[in-house]
Design a protein around this ligand. Sequence first.
Ligand code: SF4
Length: 432
Amino acid sequence: MLVYLKTLGCRLNEAELETWAQAFQKAGHAITRDLQQAHIVIINSCAVTQDAVRKSRQLIRKLHRENPTAKLVASGCYVTLNEEEAANLLGVDLVIGNQDKNRLVEITLEALNMDSMPSFSTNAGEQSLFSRGRQRAFIKVQDGCRYRCTFCIVTVARGEEASRPIPAVIDEINALAAQGIQEVVLTGVHLGGYGSDINSHLTELINAILQNTDIPRLRLGSLEPWELPNHFFQLFENPRLMPHLHLPLQSGADSVLRRMARRCKTSEFSQLVDQARNNIPNFNITTDIIVGFPGESEQEWQESFDYIRQTGFGHIHIFTYSKREGTKAATLTGQLTNDIKKQRSRLLHLSAGQMKQTFMESQLGQEYPILWEGQTEELDHGRKRVFGYTPNYLRVACEINQDDSIENKIIQAKLLAVNDNHIDAELINFDC
Ligand code: SF4
């Protein structure tokens, strides 16, 4: 059978798609990027915002419209929170909630009576990521969250914390490394809670991966800024652990953080940032900020804005607060007008752009091993521009001859000049 996989939402959804791709191949089926050819279509949906729910429904309808003969399986957070509605959407043959995601392939093949078909695929796990044009692999190591941030629906959709045993993670990473993958990103709903249910913790997992795999680059996905074990930043002394952390702050005003039920005050956040920057050179910290949270007064906004600027970030994902039914924040008084939210978002985007520029400029002249990716831009005179990422997660570009390829290679480069959202660089000791 030819299986087409599609996801919306977070890196965890992306990581699950990768695990399913490998499992379908192990079961003798093949992954296709051509929807028209597919016999089975799998959707991993999202429900983080009302808009994500709308997009999930739209995607289900679109994929069925474009291939009405394929068997359509819907999974993910939208489906988990709206199982009946999803099951009644036109074209949906099977719905699988988050609680059964680990068995999605088995349930699908059984329920759709597909496991009796003759196999004609490639070897299990072969090229599945490359067949989907990826150099970096997201690895799901943890699911669920014990916290109840008042704006968050994910904790509702994903349930209790559950960690994958370390050997299973090691095996998956070694299998991907054997395929030629150079970088893996550890993901979870609450990555910092890794091990809470299996008497382990994130530091033990990271050490085990660095000791028992040869993966050249290990990156951490989004990490809530609390519960990080002592000596956490010593882990980054190993150059294979990438010196970048995405630490969602959400607001720079403690009174707003309290209404969000966040487990981190600005003073604690600053301590983390200082630890990282004092111990590891060129460490990049990026974050998430929600602007316009219910009740966010002018004074709280100014306090938040000033704290964010004073801290400085390599990049900020800015979310304008939108009411999410099923969350506590949706019931809070003091919901702000869209005009106020838009105005604050505009101001923060401006400032975030300046902070990013400042961080990128601080990196000029540095030499880094870059993981070069597949994306290219055609240039004149038989040249092309190729893109990649530094260890501290800066996007860089270099020029090479049209006929050459450095895709999925790690090659040293010197950072020369900021060019819009990336840094132009030149390859070192690599003639092309
Ligand atoms: S810690 Fe993260 S996943 Fe958990 S409730 Fe808060 S925002 Fe949601």
